[in-house]
Ligand binder design. Sequence first.
Ligand code: NDP
Length: 325
Amino acid sequence: MFKGILVTKTDGVYGASVQSVDDAVLGDGDVTVGVEWSTLNYKDGLAITGKSPVVRKFPLVPGIDFAGTVYSSQNPRWKVGDKVVLNGWGVGESYSGGLAQTARVKGEWLVALPAAFTTRQAMAIGTAGYTAMLCVMALEKHGVRPTDGEVLVTGASGGVGSVAVSLLSKLGYTVVASTGRLEEAPYLQSLGASSVIDRNELSGPGKPLAKERWAAVVDSVGSHTLANACAATRYGGAVAACGLAQGMDFPASVAPFILRGITLYGIDSVMAPLAKREEAWARLARDLDVAKLEALTTEISLEQAIGVAAELLQGKVRGRVVVKP
Ligand code: NDP
């Protein structure tokens, strides 16, 4: 038995609470990990509150990511004592996840903890930060350079947004942060944003084409915001779309694609192949300022995670939240 959050559905009633969890809930992976740190991502908020049907098996420990030390391993890639990180692969959705003291997963899903990070720092980055890095890598691969002009980051005060602002500014880009919380402007500027705009400028229905402004975009918001971001992306520019905090719809036109040759990259962290994950974690180790990472991180307990999950979905949580199980 170990302590963890357990999501249950009994007679159609959805619930999440901190409990003493039976080992049987962990399933049949070949590596057992002592979880030192986990986090709250947007999807964890959905899993804990039941607001969206992301949990596919009950009972289940939520938590799409964790970092910790291998307790036991039947997998040749890992031995007892190895420090590891997990992001995605359906963990916290179809398989029990990181919001507990123990996790058991397939060895091929794990990435070695980069030497540059403690397990706490790895989870301060978490899936949100690793996804921000995947977005930046897509824009770089497209050929976007710091000299090309302003890069827009939407949902900037959130987890993906905060890490994207930090990364892009460290890499020399001129970052414009879009937020619904203008009171967080000093925070966003401390992470490296050159300027901050009100997300209302982007969140309503817009024109198929707007004045060209963005060399590139990291969007964690979707819906009209993504459509307006595409409409104002400069000729040949690129947009990396990873989220749906405003909505899953994409009420756009083809105009920016066929008249300005812009490219829209879809970013998925969950099933990303191992080589890409390892590249992203190596890049985070190189390009993320750990002092800024600390500034954007809040620490909570498993018990607090239940309430904070609801706040996260309401867009009230700033930056990243680490959970100590
Ligand atoms: P957070 O809740 O930390 O951040 C989301 C931010 O979006 C909020 O802080 C807020 O920023 C903004 N926002 C919230 N509601 C609205 C709204 N109605 N309209 C416009 N903006 C809004 O979540 P994460 O950063 O962890 O995740 C962001 C998104 O990325 C989520 O949709 C998540 O599911 C997705 N995601 C996708 C991944 C993938 O693999 N593709 C991996 C990780 C996350 P502000 O207050 O600054 O406006």
